[in-house]
Design a protein around this ligand. Sequence first.
Ligand SMILES: [Zn+2]
Length: 725
Amino acid sequence: MTTKNTFTTKSSNITVPLPLFIPVYRPDYSFELFSEDSRKYGLSAVMVNAFLLFRERRLKAAFEQGHTLRNHIGGFDGMLCTDSGAFQQLSGRKVGVDPLEIVKFQNMIKTDIAAPLDLITPPDTGFDETRRRMIISQYRIAEALEVCDYSDLAGIQQGGGFFSLRQKHIRQLAGIGIKYYGIGSMVPFFNKNHDLSFTCGVIRDARSVIGEGAPMHVYGAGDPLDIAFMFFAGANIFDSSSYAHYAQRGYYMTPYGAVNKRSACERLGFECACPVCRDNEPAGIFDIIPGEPLRKLHNLFLILETVRALGEFSGNTRIEEYVSVVYDRHIENIDLFPGSMLASSWEKYLKGDKSDKEAETGKAMRFIDPDTEGGGDDFCCFGQFRDKTGIPSIEKPSLPHLKGLDADNCGREPKTIELSEIEQEAIEVLAAESAVVYKMDRSVIAALLAEELTAPKNTRFRSRINGAESIKEAQRLSEYKTFRKNMRAVLYQKLRQYKEPDLSANELLAGFVECAGSDIASTVDSLLRTHVSTRERMPDREEFARTVHGFIKPGDAVIDVGCGFAPLLWPAGFFENLSCYIAVDKDAEATETVRVFAKKCGITNLKAFTWDINSGLPELNRLTGIDRYDIALMLKLIPVVSRADQASGGAAGATSILGDFPAARLLATVNRESMTKRESIEKRELSVLKQFIRAFDFSIEAGFSGGSETGYCIVKKLTQQSNIW
Ligand SMILES: [Zn+2]
């Protein structure tokens, strides 16, 4: 199918030629990127990682004052694309970026093409999880579309290795008015091994849906060989930092595949006419292969030139000729490209194969290794799929037999833990012991213990207990006692993470996005039951809600600080007659869930924002547009924040923000029972709260007691009124 040969952005009416290659921008490489030669070779767009700018507070403030992305990168007048940093968001840490905020940010800094915070799908992801990621991504894209008034939003297709999901998603995207299409999470399917059948099949299908006018961007495609085949299949925009990381690894790109030896280049008979290779005459290209900076530049020029040439072939049979020349040259010299699957995969593509890319694990389908190929965070925004270490595995660990466990869920290769009989016995005993103390399932504890046991530091312990005659004898060993002691710290830490390791947050959110009508209530229920901190409130849910509600007056502007999933606990009438209910949490997963809840239930005065207390009140104000509240709910919050302050060196930064919070009254509660241990902590927690009340000159207006929580409704002492705000 022929495609259009230009694309005009809605933002500033920049027109770029199609097909188009968008190199990833690196500050240390901007001079070369924006050189006259690059422009001559058709550089007309760059890709910038917006997340890296977003997380730099000072820079973010400058952007809020009117600094723009274009100024920031030196006034480049081409098309600016940004990436949302989806992979950083998935690094497994709880402090994530808010999917809506990162899009608003891109729109604010005036990028031409903004990216949603879609959920990347690693290639070994199963069907159900892939489907959930697609549902959540689609929801986020639809939400993002509403806030992009300057930028075009890239509607990025997900669907992993499942053709049917890919088909479904591209049709959904077409249905919501996307103007700029992206193909996401595709790199592992073609990277380096030229396994193009699935990717090109997906591209062909997408093109048949979106029509010939629309731009279609394959995120992360940067090998000139792959680009030619993908263009042939129907894609017309490509971005990558391949030019740099190929060069780093010693590779010199040719249209027929990248090589790292002079002899290989000679065999292919490729003579490059780019300024780098030309200026290095008479020694020619072969002398520049060992030099990384020049190799990098050559690679960039070659990709740009390939894309320019493809544009000339567009719409006539010469594109077929071009592709077949590339194909033949590659295949004739296939020994230069070990692992290449071009022949078999292209044959499959031409046959119209629409089979799924089976969820394979292992080397052939692996993600790009950031150490060897992608560099660090500052290196680039390598599209949708760079960070092998940053993708949490969300499949449930198979607990009972301790195999394939990946308790840290940090996306490492799942480890198979093989334990001897005595090791298993020791783990069972320790798990049973700990389950009495900690609020955690025994099998979960056992799985965590097994992983801990196999850590290198426990090698000696393992050999000692394996030398023991019985479990009794093992238990007498000093190493056993040390392990037992250290284990507590590990378990405590795990429990502090608030969520049990056997949940899939995506499962909940996707279920929520999908539910409708009468399902909403039951989905909310199951959602709440899975959240440790919220679940404690479930048995007394109604009483608890009534008690909290008793402190709120009609017309109040309410803020729920550290909301978690609490807003979902409140019954339907709770929000009625309130001027607003602002829910804030540093956990973007929680705030997004609250937002989905509000939308599903049609509660228009419930708004949720991702806010970290440490980022301060001006930031809160910026997010909400509200500067004063009638009541601030700080449910189970103050002791947690106070301890976090202490842990970070004693400065009461966050605590004092709560102490001077712009609200007439605070409803502050603490837990009666430990969240992690089965013991009462009421006295200790209340004393922290009372200390807070004294330190910030509050007086107690009323006591609070509801469910598993206790606390006070507090107001600033009258003499201090002038300091409240
Ligand atoms: Zn060259």
